[in-house]
Design a protein. Sequence first.
Length: 481
Amino acid sequence: MAFKEGFLWGGATAANQFEGAWNEDGKGASVCDHVRGGTVSTPRLWDQEIDPDIYYPSHDAVDFYHHYKEDIALYGEMGFKCFRLSVNWSRIYPTGMEETPNEKGLEFYHNVFAECRKYNIEPLVTISHYELPWGLSEKYDGWAGREVIGHFMRYAETLFNEYKDEVTYWLTFNEINNGVQSSGRILSLGMRGIDHKPMFGIEETPEMVNDRFTALHHQFIASALAVKKGHEINPSFKIGMMTIGHPVYAYTCNPDDVKAMNDEMNLRLWFCADVQVRGHYPYFAKRFFEENGISVRMEEGDEEILREGTVDFLSFSYYMSSAASVDPEIAMAQGNMFAGVKNPYLKASEWGWQIDPKGLRILLNSMYARYEVPLMVVENGLGAIDERSEDGKFHDTYRIDYMRSHIEAMAEAVRDGVDLMGYTMWGCTDLVSASTGEMKKRYGLVYVDKHNDGSGDLHRERKDSFFWYKKVISTNGEDLD
Ligand code: BGP
């Protein structure tokens, strides 16, 4: 058997894409609540002021807030061992700056965790998944302000104390490495000056780049402080980091392409993981900062904080790989957060994401070789259009094929010697797409009747992948047919 006993099979979600109830029971606005829907070709726009006549996908999402019992029962039926969810910061601290938490918000997650326990499902909690209370974004320009660290710590400590007997597994920030590029501005920095503009592809001044790397540094410090505090509150906590696992291949064996690949891997993949797993900035950071005119606002004592707050495990999302080339004529592929050159050996999803299960085995090996800490795949899946068949069912064989090939790749990596803790596929219940804001781009094993324009009665239905994944879990990944 490839996968160890107690392997954490399950699914993953994020509050702003899943919960809805954006202003219920005392919840404040989050930056995500200001982002409109889009499509693969129409970008999502930010709005400084929420316009009551515009549809914002996070406001209702698929209403996990009122469907959590039903959703978790379905996970129980599939035999989930683990359910990854994020806490909505602005549900706990509505503006991010209150002295005391919102009791109703705390109660909601107590209820969710109690429901998980009923089915022996281990919650895996992301403390911040691409969101920030709107108040903090406005007041401090998001994470560019060092003060946000203090507000985050109050929030994180509240969660650790409140749920110390209900949650063991935690992740500090979702896909923290998005911060190394301009798309990482989304939902972590303030939105001033980019009103009604696309959330991706923002042109940055050198000052904005500085702020972005300073914001990233502040998140590193916040994460390290949280890891330390969490372990003090409950020494059995397992607190991990979460990164975009996007391997890059050299397009050719031209040493210039290989150098380009190496530079991309250093910046995108190793930069943040080195800080959070090894406890210090990588050796190449100094030259990178110098050559790009970046001066991060660091303070005395920061190095020690990073050293003392290393994570217990490394988790990542894996959807695709790309290639690197110095030839500007070579076509680009669409991507999750990172784009890259098209790889002629790979097929792509309907959204242009290149499907590469072998890349997952390669990545698991290179991550494990570098860090030798337990790894976990906390997002993976296929965003696709699901059509109801004549028999009234959803026969999503394409999704099953995608997941099967990636689970096979994980099994090979485990046989190679990689220590893999678990696998939570992305969007177990259909939810809002982060990059496009669509409902049409579905990942779920469970279908939700909800559509791009906000219509739908929200009822849930099992797809074929639901039954397939149930069998995979019950055989601990042995029966993938
Ligand atoms: C990751 C995010 C998720 C999720 C996923 C799929 O980058 O952590 O929040 O949404 O990608 O992306 P999308 O929803 O854009 O298809």
